[in-house]
Design a protein around this ligand. Structure first.
Ligand code: KIV
Length: 276
């Protein structure tokens, strides 16, 4: 008999890396979103998202930095732990921040291990291709599932110089395809592909047996990921073309706060029912 969740509906099975592989094989699209705290992680999990990424985008979305570079390993462990305690069904993936895996393989292993051991993540994500294949293999050998990240890799912003789409020229397209193969061979269980032409996204998804989760990589990949604060219209500093807004939450919050201030100022809050 299948387990029953509160409310009487059958509980959905826990998502694992094997679930994601099975979804690709069955042609079922994977849903993924970011979360950085317990409240949002619970909302996403209960709404049925398959993968929750504790992204290093926390640096720009929550901490107010211009890039993802400053977020530290300790901060990522902290945010993963908040999310890890809330997620029941979704697979929780923790982002390895800048310089937590680039310095050396042993360093990468220690830091990835912290995301699982202290942060309750079930997998880690790192940016980069063939240059990190040995690192990916070492983590996988140690029992740490790894998600790759190719295309626009925001930790390299100072090398790229802009957040422009990647893979626009044949040479770079071939390099990204080769990198994707290297990551798959090294044992990565999935790949995030960011801001590349839709045709390249489709090609890479067709060439790989592991799921390719796109963000600005067109519709013909195996799943989609967005930054939740973009989807909700909560982060408005800039809006990438690929980020569809399903709500305008920043405006709603602004209006609610202005209404509250007005009610306090004119004596309408609290009323009798809100008093003791
Ligand atoms: O950090 C992040 O949120 C990400 C996604 C944009 C894929 O890496």
């Amino acid at each position: 008999m299948s387990p029953v969740a509160a409310g009487g509906a059958p509980a959905k099975a826990k998502v694992t890396t094997a679930t994601l592989r099975g979804m690709k094989a069955a042609g079922q699209r994977i849903t993924a979103l970011t979360a950085y705290d317990h409240l949002f992680a619970g909302l996403l999990d209960r709404a049925g998202v398959d993968v929750i990424l504790v992204g290093d985008s926390v640096a720009t979305v929550v901490q107010g930095h211009d890039t993802t570079v400053p977020v530290t390993m300790d901060q990522m462990v902290y945010h993963c732990e908040l999310v890890g305690r809330a997620a029941r069904r979704a697979l929780v993936v923790g982002d390895l921040p800048f310089l937590s895996y680039q310095v050396g393989i042993e360093d990468a292993l220690r830091n990835a291990g912290r995301l699982l051991k202290e942060g309750r993540a079930e997998a880690v994500k790192l940016e980069g291709g063939a240059a990190y294949a040995a690192t990916v293999q070492r983590l996988v050998d140690a029992g740490i599932p790894v998600m790759g990240h190719l295309g626009l890799t925001p930790q390299s912003i100072h090398q790229f110089g802009s957040y422009q789409a990647r893979g626009q020229e044949p040479l770079e397209q071939q390099r990204i395809r080769d990198d994707a193969q290297s990551l798959q061979q090294a044992g990565a269980f999935a790949l995030v592909l960011e801001k590349v032409p839709a045709a390249l996204g489709a090609t890479i998804a067709a060439e790989l047996t592991i799921p390719v989760i796109g963000i600005g990589a067109g519709p013909k990949v195996d799943g989609q990921i967005l930054v939740t604060h973009d989807l909700l219209g909560l982060f408005t500093a800039f809006k990438p073309r690929f980020a569809r807004r399903y709500l305008e939450l920043a405006s709603l919050v602004g209006k609610a706060v202005a209404d509250y201030c007005a009610d306090v100022q004119n004596g309408a809050f609290p009323n009798q029912n809100e008093s003791y």
